[in-house]
Ligand binder design. Structure first.
Ligand SMILES: [Zn+2]
Length: 400
């Protein structure tokens, strides 16, 4: 117990979502708690320094890219974790007991080199357990800036993206959450990999496949270029399709039935897991070089197929995948590439997953002189009235 702070979460960083709370994950696999979708479309291409660019060719060597939140200043919108420290706690002692070991292993996968350079350094990207499990964790006036980690046995994986701001229009949202499950046969079919995927959301990454530049009509009504997805998207094989369809059919908006599998906002309205496949139409940032627009032929090298933030084709689909393992994955295909290829299971973060988080935290929005305005005061900050308590706690637990 005394080693908790040092061992458990000494490092998670977060990214945020669009101007509203967005949870990564599908209902079958990663149940969203709240899902408000920005209707505005605002894509931002940035170079390695985070500056908007006009000419993708200048970053052509970065053929692949990540998709992350677009942090905003002020008191609303998406935030990243100040000082690249994820402050967290466990909802219950039971959750801690069941999760901490594999969560630590998942954190380690982000520290590894990702095959393309150094991972997230343990002294820079930190995870700090700031409250004891239980009531201390769930009920405190720092709730909006602490990641509350919960456990479930029914296969739900869900994490807020980055550190979403409180939103008066969404009073049920109290603060960042991460729901984890060690159920077999879900997601990447590997518990540690699933947790690593959720950690990616916590730092601020979206799903790689939800980049709107990869999608053609009717999923993308904007400028369409190099289309990678859209010819083989079958939302009817998602486990929660029948229930979602029923909700749409009995709702007040008949036209939603036809849009349930086409527009992310409509899928979200009926709490349908297609929302975690369909492209994000809000403000995002991404590596330049794979914008799609202007290209006339599909360029499959634009997608980071190794990303741990990319769903395998069967995620959330009907069919069995137990015991875990490649050949045992008999799940139906929700999404295939337009060339018919299936998306594989990725067990560790890719080099670009790591690059995406570093861009968020070490680029123009991270710590240091480039830090943007409106960062919240964290409980582990000297400016927090909780700091002395936090410090004592830290010291106490640092001993061994
Ligand atoms: Zn996810």
């Amino acid at each position: 117990m005394l080693m908790r702070v040092q061992r458990g979460l000494s490092s998670l960083a977060v990214g945020a979502a669009l101007a509203h709370v967005v949870l990564g994950g599908s209902r079958a696999w990663e149940a969203p708690l709240t899902h408000l979708i920005s209707s505005e479309r605002h894509q931002v291409n940035v170079d390695a320094a985070g500056h908007a660019i006009v000419d993708n060719a200048t970053e052509a060597h970065l053929a692949k890219r990540y998709l992350s939140i677009q942090p905003s200043s002020g008191t609303s919108g998406f935030k990243i974790w100040p000082n690249s420290i994820i402050s967290y706690c466990f909802e219950t002692q039971d959750a801690r007991d069941k999760l901490v070991e594999q969560l630590e292993l998942a954190i380690e996968t982000w520290r590894a080199d990702g095959g393309g350079g150094p991972g997230l350094h343990r002294d820079v990207y930190k995870y700090m357990e700031v409250f004891d499990p239980g009531d201390d964790c769930v009920n405190n006036n720092q709730r909006d800036r602490v990641l509350v980690i919960s456990y479930n046995s029914d296969g739900r994986l869900s994490t807020t993206i980055g550190m979403p701001s409180l939103d008066a229009s969404n009073p049920s949202y109290k603060g960042p959450t991460m729901a984890l499950s060690d159920a077999a046969g879900i997601g990447m079919l590997d518990t540690v990999a699933n947790y690593a995927h959720e950690i990616g959301h916590a730092w601020g990454l979206y799903h790689e496949h939800q980049n709107i530049n990869y999608w053609g009509p009717p999923y993308n009504t904007g400028t369409v270029g190099s289309v990678i997805f859209g010819d083989h998207f079958d939302c009817t094989v998602l486990k929660d399709y029948a229930d979602a369809l029923s909700r749409a059919q009995t709702g007040d908006t008949p036209s939603d039935v036809d849009l349930l599998c086409k527009l992310r906002g409509v899928a979200a309205r009926y709490k349908f897991s297609a929302m975690d496949w369909l492209p994000v139409s809000g403000a995002t940032r991404q590596h330049a070089g794979a914008g799609g627009a202007g290209k006339t032929t599909p360029d499959y090298t634009n997608v980071d197929w190794d990303s741990i933030m990319l769903y395998p084709s069967g995620a959330g689909a009907t069919g069995t995948a137990v015991p875990p393992g490649g050949d045992s994955d008999k799940r139906a295909n929700v999404l295939l590439r337009n060339d018919g290829a299936r998306m594989k299971i990725n067990l560790v973060p890719s080099a670009l997953d790591i690059a995406g988080i570093k861009q968020l935290y070490e680029g123009d929005f991270g710590t240091g002189t480039g830090a943007f305005a409106g960062l919240p005061v964290m409980p582990n900050s000297k400016n927090s009235k909780w700091f002395s308590k936090f410090k004592d706690k830290f010291k106490k637990k640092k001993g061994c």
